[in-house]
Design a protein around this ligand. Structure first.
Ligand SMILES: [Ca+2]
Ligand SMILES: [Ca+2]
Length: 134
């Protein structure tokens, strides 16, 4: 089942349009097989619509810890501030903390620590790609 709460407005509209189209197609269907075909096609189309979580994951730029769209030294600074318990962008009011922390966890270890900051600095210096093993 599709839970409308998991979708953004544009995707909700898309779902409504798919459902409307499906119900019209079903009303016009002439056989049970045709209805079943429409139902299964509709299900596949609904599943292809991306949820808010899926879109957020796609928008995430690994290493972009401050979420400004690019990876630079400021992102490493944010991580170091975070590690040191100083005020940082992750904990700012209105910040999408979960998303920023995910972006900051460059090595995907599940924690944001100095290794992630180091990785960003090495990347900026052109020594490694963000994803090289260190
Ligand atoms: Ca950034
Ligand atoms: Ca990490």
């Amino acid at each position: 089942m599709v839970d409308p709460e998991e979708y953004r407005p544009a995707q909700k509209a898309e779902i409504d349009a798919i459902r409307k189209e499906a119900s019209e197609a079903i009303s016009a269907a002439e056989s049970q097989e045709e209805v079943e075909k429409i139902v299964s096609e509709t299900k596949a189309r609904l599943e292809a619509v991306k949820t808010d979580d899926e879109l957020t994951a796609e928008e995430l730029i690994p290493g972009d810890a401050d979420g400004n769209g690019s990876v630079d030294a400021k992102d490493a600074t944010q991580i170091l501030r975070y590690i040191n318990g100083k005020a940082c962008i992750f904990t700012q009011e209105g910040a999408d903390t979960e998303k920023l922390l995910k972006a900051a966890d460059v090595d995907g270890s599940g924690d944001v620590d100095a290794k992630d900051a180091t990785r960003i600095l090495r990347y900026i210096n052109g020594k490694t790609s963000l994803f090289d093993r260190m």
